[in-house]
Design a protein around this ligand. Structure first.
Ligand SMILES: [Zn+2]
Length: 121
């Protein structure tokens, strides 16, 4: 997966609460990211409104759904709750660690796999 550097730079400001984005693109290259409201407004968890997710998916159906991105205060490894929802959303999950700017991508298909990630435009 290839993420725009502009998006990754934006993630460093996700300090007050976890940020959540839906990633759309073509051939693994993210060309559009849609930020969703974290209805928990929590630093350590996120939850999105299903209606808002539905809108994001239907309004961007001209592109492929490539993945979901969210931030953690520190650490880019899926949490136990992430692992649970990764079964429901078997797309690439990108996790950005705010404390050190580290970013990793994962997919769960039975087991958990790391997805190669490039950053650049
Ligand atoms: Zn998480």
């Amino acid at each position: 997966m290839r993420l725009p550097s502009r998006l990754v730079e934006e993630l460093s400001s996700c300090v007050e609460e976890e940020c959540v984005y839906v990633l759309f693109g073509v051939d693994g290259r993210v060309v559009r990211s849609v930020r969703l409201v974290n209805v928990l407004h929590s630093r350590t968890a996120f939850l999105v409104d299903p209606e808002e997710m539905y809108r994001a998916l239907t309004e961007n159906s001209d592109l492929e759904l490539l993945g979901l991105l969210h931030t953690h205060p520190c650490g880019s490894v899926p949490s136990p709750i992430d692992l649970k929802y990764m079964d429901l959303w078997p797309v690439t999950w990108v996790i950005y660690s705010v404390c050190d700017g580290h970013v990793e991508a994962w997919i769960k298909r039975g087991a958990l796999y790391r997805v190669p990630l490039e950053i650049g435009d």
